[in-house]
Design a protein. Structure first.
Length: 249
């Protein structure tokens, strides 16, 4: 295993994640698609299965697909991300760089797949919603809290999967993302992943999308900072929990 392999693995895994995740939002939100009006539940299941696909693609690197997961694992006290890749500044940057690159590329491909429907869609907000999250009620402090909570659940439960004698792998993570969406996703659209939001938001800003409007950079810090805080807190809690609740002998 090399850092180059890690980078490529995370690029392609996160690219698949955002291609399918942004794709399901486009199918629901854009005018004239076969899935138009499919609703929030369709979106949550689509994102869950997008994660399922991305985890398989990036299995070689541990399939972080998310800087909050990378930082959460780093804060949990582990020594290696995968065999041969120590937890250090260089490896963390490599993971995050791959995740951001893949997220951007996946969003671009999702736009290409739905290009004609982007041209037909009259609402700029619907177009932006394909790429990035936005709050149902704009309140930066509470939106930040929601993202912290959602990402804490994501990273903490992923860490607990690793303590289970029956590891379900990608399917378990996919179902976890679905339940986070259905339970905690309503207030903010549950980014729970800085790369998933920032990479596609950059794509929205640079792509020649007809009538796209603003990329809402004023909100963009929330789905970056909230997931990072939530992921790190989850990593720390997963390290402290065995000290609080000793394993049964």
């Amino acid at each position: 295993m090399s850092l180059g392999t890690v980078f490529i693995s995370e690029v392609f895994g996160t690219m698949m994640l955002t291609l399918l995740g942004c794709g399901v939002v486009a199918n629901v939100a854009l005018k004239g698609t076969k899935g138009n009006g499919g609703g929030f539940l369709m979106v949550t299941w689509g994102w869950g299965l997008a994660v399922f696909s991305g985890v398989f693609v990036a299995a070689k690197s541990g399939a972080h697909l998310n800087p909050a997961v990378t930082l959460g694992l780093a804060s949990s006290g582990i020594k290696e991300f995968v065999p041969g890749i120590p937890v250090d500044f260089t490896s963390i940057i490599t993971y995050i760089g791959g995740e951001l690159t893949g997220a951007f590329l996946g969003a671009v491909v999702a736009w290409l797949a739905h290009k004609q429907h982007f041209d037909l869609e009259p609402e700029p907000a619907a177009k932006l919603g394909v790429f990035s999250t936005g709050p149902a009620i704009r309140s930066y402090g509470w939106n930040f809290v929601t993202e912290v909570i959602g990402t804490f659940v994501l990273v903490f439960v992923i860490k607990m999967f690793g303590n289970s004698p029956n590891q379900l792998g990608p399917l378990a993570v996919a179902l976890l993302v679905v339940v986070i969406g259905t339970s905690l996703g309503g207030p903010t659209g549950y980014a729970i992943n800085p790369a998933r939001d920032l990479g596609p938001r950059i794509a929205h800003a640079v792509l020649p999308i007809k009538g796209k409007g603003s990329s809402d950079w004023a909100y963009s810090w929330v789905p970056i900072a909230g997931p990072i805080v939530g992921g790190v807190l989850a990593g720390l809690m997963s390290m402290w929990l065995p000290l609080i609740v000793p394993a049964a002998s």
